[in-house]
Design a protein around this ligand. Structure first.
Ligand SMILES: NC(=O)c1ccc[n+]([C@@H]2O[C@H](COP(=O)([O-])OP(=O)(O)OC[C@H]3O[C@@H](n4cnc5c(N)ncnc54)[C@H](OP(=O)(O)O)[C@@H]3O)[C@@H](O)[C@H]2O)c1
Length: 294
């Protein structure tokens, strides 16, 4: 297949591109910057969809950048980088004389309301209680195509664990120094997925003609709490990991609204992902972390 990947220059996009190429597909990226094997978002708007069999969107300003203050300007960037790119791609797909077979969007498990007791699958309600859940609702709506000539899939991803980026990129140094530990109470669920599995689910969704609708992009070991995650990372590194990061510090750095992403969590099960026939490479946290820190 020829696959067009919006935001494919990033952390998940790099892993997805590698996997797709290894499986014999061709990849063209959509980026803000021109370059080889790329088009820009402006090219897409002016020239329409290039010939392709499938499209994916991964573009989005990094929400948990600790160097950015959580103010109106940054919130606008977080929203528009997701909604405008998704809408631009969806419009180009809808207008294409030969529409692609598949269109896949990655959003997040922030759709589901944080809870210490509830368990969410793809059919669970959500998407209407805070900034991030509303963002996911608008993001998924921006992707919707009229008609059914293209198969549509949305993968709601948990925290992606992989080398050289994502949340774990920020955590490794303190944990290696033995200064790691749970965030806040540590009781909150920590829905995670190894990057190879997220890329694998995306490739499975692109290649498998019966897959459509929402898929949760989380590991099947869904009941991991933040404290268990911290312990497992400490064990994988051979370091103690019992120094908690206090709630007040997280709120001061990230702002109260954004801090919820770290201080609270959801128990999410990938019921439809498993039913769609996806087989996980890293279903267990210990093995996933060993691979990431190796
Ligand atoms: N990583 C995770 O744990 C995780 C979890 C759940 C959901 N997600 C979602 O999955 C998607 C990909 O995540 P990722 O970790 O791979 O992200 P990433 O590496 O931070 O960024 C992906 C790409 O988005 C583009 N981008 C960044 N800021 C932008 C802006 N202001 N306007 C337009 N494009 C912009 C960049 O491409 P160019 O510079 O080439 O334009 C970048 O390479 C994001 O939408 C993210 O919200 C990620």
């Amino acid at each position: 297949m020829r696959v067009l990947v919006g935001g494919g220059t990033g952390f998940i996009g790099t892993a997805l591109t590698q996997l797709l190429k290894a499986r014999g597909h061709e990849v063209t990226l959509i980026s803000r910057k021109p370059g080889p094997d790329r088009i820009t978002w402006d090219d897409l708007t002016t020239s329409g969809l290039p010939r392709c069999d499938a499209a994916v969107n991964l573009a989005g300003e990094n929400i948990l950048n600790p160097l950015r203050r959580w103010n109106a300007a940054f919130q606008k960037e977080v929203l528009s980088s997701r909604l405008e790119t998704t809408q631009t791609l969806a419009r180009a797909i809808a207008k294409a004389p030969q529409p692609p077979q598949a269109w896949v969007l990655v959003t997040g498990v922030a759709y589901y309301q944080p809870s210490l007791t509830a368990e969410y699958d793809e059919d669970s309600p959500g998407g209407d209680f805070d900034f991030f859940s509303n963002l996911v609702t608008k993001w998924e709506a921006a992707a919707r195509l009229p008609g059914d000539s293209t198969r549509q899939v949305v993968v709601r991803s948990g925290v992606v664990l992989g080398r050289g980026g994502g949340a774990i990129g920020h955590m490794l140094l303190p944990f290696r120094l033995g200064l790691g530990g749970p965030i806040g109470s540590g009781h909150q669920f920590f829905p995670w997925i190894h990057i190879r599995d997220l890329a694998g689910i995306l490739a499975h969704a692109l290649e498998t003609s019966h897959v459509q609708g929402i898929l949760n992009g989380v590991a099947p070991a869904s009941s991991t709490t933040n404290a268990e995650f911290a312990r497992a990372l400490g064990t994988a590194l051979g370091r103690p990991a019992f120094i908690p990061l206090p709630t007040a510090v997280v709120q001061a750095v990230f702002g109260q609204e954004r801090a919820v992403m770290l201080l609270e969590g959801q128990k999410v099960v990938p019921r439809r992902t498993l039913a769609a026939g996806y087989q996980y490479s890293f279903p267990e946290l210990g093995a996933a972390l060993k691979e990431v820190i190796a």
